[in-house]
Design a protein around this ligand. Structure first.
Ligand code: KIV
Ligand code: ZN
Length: 522
């Protein structure tokens, strides 16, 4: 039997921390559930001490996920480890992940200390965490630039202190694959207790080599890869989950390795993460890009027609992309919708068929034919709006403008059950709508980004609007998807307002827990 490489997904931690706007609790749970279906071994879902929102989402995910280990990040400080433990302890299967920088530049210029102190702090943190968790990972931040003698010393010390996994990150994506592979090999050659822990790798894509680095590391003995869906993450991103998983699968005979990932879930998870994180997948992205399985040149097309293996080392079906010939129209029944969603990798209990079917019928009436990508967008939108909403548009009409006419919007908004109305003028129709929303919600929002794209193909495509709304210094993502771009623009702003409202509730809850007396006095 080949050796297993454990897949540690950090989309919701390293990936999320690089987004323009934080994800809402509901969005994080959606991603976590998709990662569970993808069968990742470990999912790192946040940094509990960093904010009340992160704490709450780690706790909620820890109580929801049953089939993957849920992990929270902590600096090598007792207060961080306490916060991670408090957030994770609801789970039967959790990991505390402590980290501390080990390279000369980080130790001297960032931590202002010396390496002896780093070893002392790291071992203390690991021992402390082991009192709270049977599963403790320690990461030597910037290990790629750490002198090898120091790296061997700290790896030995943290294993002796009880670390069950030791991670060797190339935090800045600096090493070359052979160099990084040699670091892993040296650890196996020189650290006497190395067999007592799993060695993990965590690579960044600054020089475009994150996946190559991870693969060289597993070829030298590492047995956990830390990665993110679509490779999202700090700066140029992290190692892409889909790339390393498919590299291991495609070259399993040579490598004698396997992962437990359910590869047919890859396409669906990639699309979900791209949509929720507002991070488009480049068309030429390996495995999940829209061109990854297209053959353009005549010679290639001829070869593929004769035998697919001539130019295709991975098939679209292997990663869950479907080639479907069934036409979905207003006459299609619920059964066929369920069947299509099943074929696309969506289990029946992960969505509300009634709601998706109602949305499908509405769309089919407008568009005629509904395609898989429309269905996916409807599903995504239906899941997104399942969360209780404080703000709902009851009515919206817009006068677009023209010569001597001011663009004007009139809106009726349901705010927690109360109906309020207003009309506003703006620089254009979208601005008029946004002025109405700002006035009716009372939120003083700065629109940081407004993006419109077509979802689907041709003149029947849906209009997707993504915005970044800044409120009190924090960014919130909003998304709207309808056949009308003004309605999509309004929906995107309302989506952001609902996230702002929920974030304010979390903040208020935290303040009242920290300060119960001052609340009583109010
Ligand atoms: O890149 C890095 O070093 C990290 C650590 C916290 C594991 O993300
Ligand atoms: Zn990282």
């Amino acid at each position: 039997m080949s050796d297993q490489v454990f897949i540690f997904d950090t989309t919701l931690r390293d990936g999320e921390q690089a987004l323009a706007a934080s994800l809402s609790l509901k969005e994080k749970i959606q991603v976590a559930l998709a990662l569970e279906e993808l069968r990742v071994d470990v999912m790192e879902v946040g940094f509990p001490i960093s904010s009340p929102g992160d704490f709450e989402s780690v706790q909620k995910i820890a109580s929801t996920i049953k089939n993957s280990t849920v992990c929270g990040l902590a600096r090598s400080l007792e207060k961080d480890i306490d916060a991670a433990y408090e957030a994770l302890k609801v789970s039967d299967n959790y990991r505390i992940h402590c980290f501390l920088a080990t390279s000369d530049i980080h130790v001297k210029d960032k931590l202002h200390t010396d390496f002896n102190h780093v070893v002392e702090m790291a071992t203390k943190a690991v021992k402390y965490a082991r009192n709270k968790a049977g599963d403790v990972e320690f990461s030597c931040e910037d290990a790629g630039r750490t002198p090898i003698d120091n790296l061997c010393r700290i790896v030995e010390a943290v294993i002796a202190a009880g670390a069950t996994t030791v991670n060797i990150p190339d935090t800045v994506g600096y090493t070359l694959p052979t160099e990084y592979g040699n670091i892993i090999k040296s650890l196996y050659d020189r650290v006497p207790n190395i067999d007592k822990a799993r060695i993990s790798v965590h690579t960044h894509n600054d020089l475009g080599m994150a996946s190559a680095l991870a693969m060289t590391a597993v070829m030298n003995g590492a047995r956990q890869i830390e990665c993110t869906v679509n490779g999202i993450g700090e700066r140029a991103g992290n190692c892409s989950l889909e790339e390393v998983v498919m590299a291991i699968k495609t070259r399993s005979r040579l490598l004698d390795l396997h992962t437990n990932v359910e590869c047919k879930q890859i396409a669906k998870t990639s699309q979900l993460v791209s949509q929720i994180c507002n991070m488009p997948v480049p068309p030429n992205k390996a495995i999940v890009g829209s061109n990854a399985f297209s053959h353009s040149s005549g010679i290639h097309q001829d070869g593929v027609l004769k035998n697919k293996d001539t130019y295709e080392i991975v098939t679209p079906e292997q990663v869950g992309f479907n080639t479907n010939n069934m036409n979905l129209t207003a006459r299609s029944g619920r059964h066929i919708i369920k069947h299509r969603l099943e074929a696309m990798g969506y289990k029946e209990d992960s969505y509300n068929l009634d709601d998706v079917y109602t949305r499908f019928k509405e769309l089919a009436d407008i568009k005629g034919q509904v395609f898989d990508y429309d269905l996916e967008a409807l599903l995504f939108f239906s899941q997104l709006t399942e969360e209780p909403e404080q703000f709902k548009i009851e009515y919206l009409t817009v006068l677009s403008g023209g010569k001597n006419v001011l663009p004007t919007a009139s809106m009726k908004l349901n705010i927690g059950g109360n109906i309020v109305t207003d009309s506003c003028v703006g620089n254009g129709p979208v601005d008029a709508v946004y002025q109405c929303i700002y006035r009716l919600t009372g939120y003083n929002i700065t629109l940081q980004k407004y993006e419109i794209k077509s979802k689907g193909e041709g003149k029947d495509a849906l209009g997707q609007v993504d915005i970044i709304a800044n409120y009190k210094g924090k960014n919130f993502h909003g998304m709207g998807l309808t056949t009308d771009i003004i309605q999509s623009s309004a929906a995107a702003m309302i989506h952001a307002c609902n996230s702002i409202y929920r974030a304010e509730l979390v903040e208020q809850k935290k303040n009242s827990m920290q300060n119960p007396a001052s609340n009583e006095n109010k």
